[in-house]
Design a binder for this molecule. Structure first.
Ligand code: GTP
Ligand code: MG
Length: 196
């Protein structure tokens, strides 16, 4: 998949603003795992996505129109303990509303920090995707923070724990760009049939 154009839509802070007119891939994961950084790397755009120095920076659902044919969807992270409970609840409701109403969702990209254990939120997503037999790609982020050996070992563990086909678990570093092409290829397959 080659990205030739990106159009940034107004952040959707309420379901009325969701963009469901084109097929999409959604990027999910706990706060600070690197969702916005991954999307930024894939799009090769430095300024389009706000990336947090402090976590919790994505406060609405962002729709990026790619090649005028599909959307990359950047969700707020779950489990950001420092946000007030009312705000956390608002994000949770917004994410639930997204999954309850989305049409033509082609793939869920679940991001996991390579250095961390799975959180209850991560497990919930994995179970949900499995129950609905939803196409899932797991991206292990921040691989530059561990040794190559550790990264490979951790990937095997995750593949086993999540029951994933090996090609659906990709190591990634936003710092170095490792994994970018594999992720674009994997996502490209999701849009390959019946492109509109
Ligand atoms: N070393 C390293 N740092 C990363 C990587 N990916 C993201 N980061 C850093 O991690 C922090 C959080 O990144 P974001 O992309 O904002 O994370 P997010 O998942 O969008 O966070 P929320 O919007 O809070 O859900 C930032 O300081 C990034 O620079 C990576 O692959 N390697
Ligand atoms: Mg973000």
């Amino acid at each position: 998949m080659k990205i030739t154009s990106v159009e940034f839509h107004m952040p959707a802070s309420k379901p009325e603003l969701f963009c469901f007119d084109l097929p999409q891939v959604v990027f999910a994961g706990r706060s600070n795992v690197g969702k916005s950084s991954l999307i930024k790397t894939l799009m090769n755009r430095k300024k389009m996505v706000r990336v947090g120095r402090t976590p919790g920076v994505t406060r609405a659902i962002n729709f990026f129109k790619i090649n005028e044919r599909y959307y990359f969807v950047d969700l707020p992270g779950y489990g950001y303990a420092k946000a007030p409970p009312a705000e956390q609840n608002k994000w949770k409701k917004l994410i639930e509303a997204y999954f309850n109403t989305v049409v033509n969702l082609r793939k869920i990209v679940l991001l996991l920090d390579i250095r961390r254990e799975l959180t209850p939120g991560d497990k919930m997503f994995l179970e949900w995707a499995r129950n609905f037999e939803f196409p899932l790609l797991v991206v292990l982020t921040k691989m530059d923070k561990v040794s190559k050996n550790e990264a490979v070992k951790r990937r095997s563990e995750i593949i086993k724990a999540c029951g994933l086909p090996a090609e659906d678990c990709i190591l990634f570093s936003a710092l170095k760009g490792t994994g970018k092409e594999d992720i674009l290829m994997n996502i490209g397959h999701a849009f390959a049939n019946n492109e509109n």
